[in-house]
Design a protein around this ligand. Sequence first.
Ligand code: ASP
Length: 497
Amino acid sequence: MSRKFSCSPKAIKELIHANLLPILTVSGVTGGAVLGLILRYSREEHWTKREVMYVGYIGELFLRALKALIIPLIVSSLVSAIGSLDLSLSKKIGLRAIAYYMTTTVLAVILGIILVVSIHPGKGSDEGIKKAGEARDVYTPDLLMDLLRNLFPPNLIQACFETHKTIIIQPKLKDLENDTRFLSYNLTEDELPPKAEWELGTEHTRALNIMGLVSFATLLGLALSTLGAKGKPLLDFFHSLSDASMVITSWLIWISPVGILFLVASMIIEMEDFSVMLGQLGLYFGTVILGIFIHGFLILPAIYTIFTRKLPFRFLANMSQAYITAFATASSSGTMPVTFQCLEEKNKIDPRVTRFVIPIGATINMDGTALYEAVAAIFIAQVRGIALTIGQVVAISITATAAAIGAAGIPQAGLVTMVMVLDVVGLPAEDMTLIIAVDWLLDRFRTMINVLGDSIGAGLVYELSKKELEQMSINANGDVERPSNEIAMDAVESSKM
Ligand code: ASP
């Protein structure tokens, strides 16, 4: 099919009109970079945190508005998507999504390991690498148990703003003096018993427990699907909430170029001098970037093409608004409203799939983070001069996968769960401070790939599930005309007993 291109003012106007949002978004990024550079070099002295906060204020407002949509979107979209699917069909779609998440995460980890082992960015001494900060001192089993605890929140209201976290409690000297276990120690304020002997305690951090909300919404969706006609009023409520959240998203998207401009400007003013990138840290940075770009722009599109027999270029280009938002916000959960919008409006992916696959993907499917966890742990081992056995490398791959699943879709969450990966190689948690100087920037790139991975997952699952979706008698608005489904009717009957 041939297409005629014309350069008439009318044609140019139409072109701009059709692509107004991407043009504004790219202008926001470039404008932000220029503004940031001008402000950064407009004076000699360092910008204080407070001044950076003032510059980024408008961006912060945009981010807050995006975050406000996370709870209504995750809960309503999952409940309505799972609740409107036949159980047997949702099982099929769900299994496809899980298979995609697991395969791509493992592929990302393997790629990361191949790259870090062959590039070997950590050779030489660790001179020049900055150390800073303190880290949590709990062990892998504690972190894994926290993950499961968060999957079962005891209180849903609390899950909207608090996450469970195990901590170790520093003992008080006066308690220890009376404790017979410590008689052999010469205890002073400065010389307490080793940390391994400190008690474990519970802390609730001020962070949304997304895992808990996802698991509850999934269960509620399954329950409503089982209830059939009886569950319809509640299901309709969630359909309506999900649609309303999407309408708010479409409004927000139009102010995103302004928000992104100020987020990028403040990021540029705040960033460390590029001199930290020289040497080992720069090589480590390059290794992670190379890995996430190979994974995101070669491997994932190749998987998409192989399974769908479609070229991925248009699909990927249509998602650009989501990548830019992911880069600017460093949060895949925060980007979720935009991801939905790009998938449904531009790529025309069925909402029954996106609203099922994206909230779960944004929470557990993080290819960029998984790759980074593996590279970072092996890089630190290299810097410390530790030769890893094959067994240890395998252990790193498994824990890096778990660490990526456990990381929340918020800025630098991967750095926190990396304690787990370091632990399997016997490295102290404090060692993650070796990479802290560049983590804020890597975080933005890995978030982009996390979002890209979720989007390709939704596209792939949609293409593979077209037949099942067609079978279902759900109209485009998500209204359910369903009780012909036998499973649901059986369940209604049995729920009467
Ligand atoms: N910021 C990442 C995300 O939101 C998580 C991480 O790797 O730290 O996807």
